[in-house]
Design a protein around this ligand. Structure first.
Ligand code: SF4
Length: 467
């Protein structure tokens, strides 16, 4: 059987105003995971439109398309094209799960929720010529799942080909997050067997890993055993976790010991009213600065996530947030305009209040205002968001933020990481065009090496340049 698997590009990934590098970081692991259930004799062509031009002049028997919100219209067009050619088309992903009626108009079968149980079921039905129109995930487990077909991934086109997911979902219920909508009707947080996760890590070449788990520290027992097993593997890794999990117990120390060097942290807002509106109770009354200091003391760089436009935000929120990030040496900040994704509690609340202004999913990219704001006007919110990015990543603030660290090594690492990420766009574009992005990995690995307090600034620079 000829199988085509496609991740269509997000609309913003192809806009001239946004940065191609942001969309060339991680390969489509979800599709490569599903590919593992196919027959080894099947001819599989996995295409990711973020890093390659799609070839639609082929004739597959089965087409599988993954949909996030802003690639929905593009995905539907591709689906329609292949259906007209007589291929059997499957659609899945968060957007399909949130809006099954919309998606099913463009598909022969749709998949709601994760596909580890339903996709093999579909393959059986397809073989028996009785596939169903809708497959709903009910059993959630990562036990004995087949090995991800990483051989289908074009490694050289990604900065971080060694991305990995060892859990699914998250134990929390923030009401702007897709998680509850996607995992509705079954377990919303579950993990791999630790030994399987360690074996998967062991199979990955090089040193660097990026855990794409929503909350790597979400299950204390699992994370603790995972980090114990990773000690001595000589890995450096990045991941995501909550403020709360950084402050509790000694899990973060164990993570640092295993090689954690940079963490995505969802601070989101400083306002208790906003946290309550978002049902983000895990951040309520938590000492953000204490969490930041703890990470810095372990040599872990921080990517802080912040949301603008919650109902308690006023015009000062942008400056307050940028100043806080610079003062506390947050390495990189990711800002978002609040976006009520369909299927979330936030969307339902706003819809019932008549606050949803558009159903054009292309605009649901966390850069546009798609709902009726309260204290801020839509223009103030959009302009403030743009201002925050520009201001946080100004050279003045990159330098200020870097020199706030105590050790020289930290200062230098911060400066190179932030400056490199945001200020060398032509270099990134060149590497993407020449399909050689992966050549930057050794530099990333050296920036993520452990901070040695006795190492001088000169030695550190030498180490980085030597790679
Ligand atoms: S903590 Fe993060 S992943 Fe978990 S529900 Fe909240 S936003 Fe979603």
């Amino acid at each position: 059987m000829r199988v085509k698997m496609i991740l269509p590009a997000l609309t913003e990934a192809e806009s001239p105003f946004w940065r191609p590098i942001k969309y060339s970081l991680f390969p489509p692991l979800g599709l490569a995971t599903l590919a593992a259930y196919l027959n080894p004799d099947d001819e599989i062509d996995l295409q990711d439109q973020h890093v390659e031009e799609l070839n639609l002049n082929d004739n597959p028997d089965l087409v599988i398309i993954q949909i996030y919100i802003t690639n929905a219209y593009r995905a539907y067009k591709i689906a329609d094209h292949y259906r007209q050619q007589g291929a059997y088309v499957l659609l899945g992903g968060v957007h399909v799960t949130s809006l099954p009626d919309e998606a099913s108009q463009h598909a022969d079968s749709i998949f709601l929720g994760p596909g580890e149980e339903t996709f093999p079921q579909f393959l059986k039905d397809f073989k028996n010529k009785h596939p169903k129109k809708v497959y709903i995930s009910a059993i959630r487990t990562l036990h004995q799942i087949p090995l991800i077909r990483r051989d289908l991934i074009k490694r050289s086109r990604y900065l971080v080909p060694n991305s990995i997911v060892v859990t699914r979902g998250c134990p929390h219920h923030c009401n702007f997050c897709y998680k509850d909508a996607f995992f509705k009707g079954g377990k919303a947080f579950y993990t791999q067997v630790v030994d399987d996760a360690l074996a998967e890590i062991d199979r990955l070449p090089g040193r660097h890993l990026y855990f794409l788990d929503d909350h790597l520290l979400g299950n204390e027992k699992f994370a603790s055993e995972l980090f114990e097993g990773m000690k001595g593997m000589n890995r450096v890794f990045q991941g995501a976790a909550t403020v709360n999990s950084i402050l509790q117990g000694d899990l973060i120390e164990k993570a640092a010991e295993a090689g954690l060097r940079s963490l995505f942290v969802g601070f989101e807002t400083f306002s208790p009213a906003n946290l309550k509106q978002s049902n983000k109770s895990q951040n309520l009354e938590k000492d953000y600065i204490k969490a930041v200091n703890r990470l810095h003391s372990l040599g872990i760089m921080i990517n802080g996530s912040f949301v603008f436009g919650l109902d308690d935000d006023d015009n000062d929120v942008f400056k307050r947030t940028v100043d806080w990030g610079v003062k506390n040496s947050i390495t990189t900040s990711t800002y978002h305009v609040l976006t009520p994704y369909p299927g979330t509690k936030l969307f339902k609340d706003m819809e019932s209040q008549g606050r949803i202004l558009t159903h054009n999913w292309d605009l649901y990219d966390t850069r546009n205002v798609v709902y009726q704001t309260t204290k801020l006007t839509a223009d103030e919110l959009k302009n403030g968001y743009n201002w925050a990015y520009k201001e946080f990543y100004s050279w003045t603030n990159i330098i200020k933020s870097s020199i706030n660290h105590e050790s020289h090594m930290h200062k230098l690492k911060h400066f190179i990481y932030t400056g490199g990420w945001k200020k060398f766009e032509p270099v990134w574009n060149f590497l993407i065009k020449t399909k050689s992005l992966n050549n930057m990995l050794p530099i990333l690995e050296s920036i993520l090496t452990k901070v040695n307090p006795r190492e001088t600034r000169f030695q550190m620079t030498k180490t980085i340049l030597a790679k």
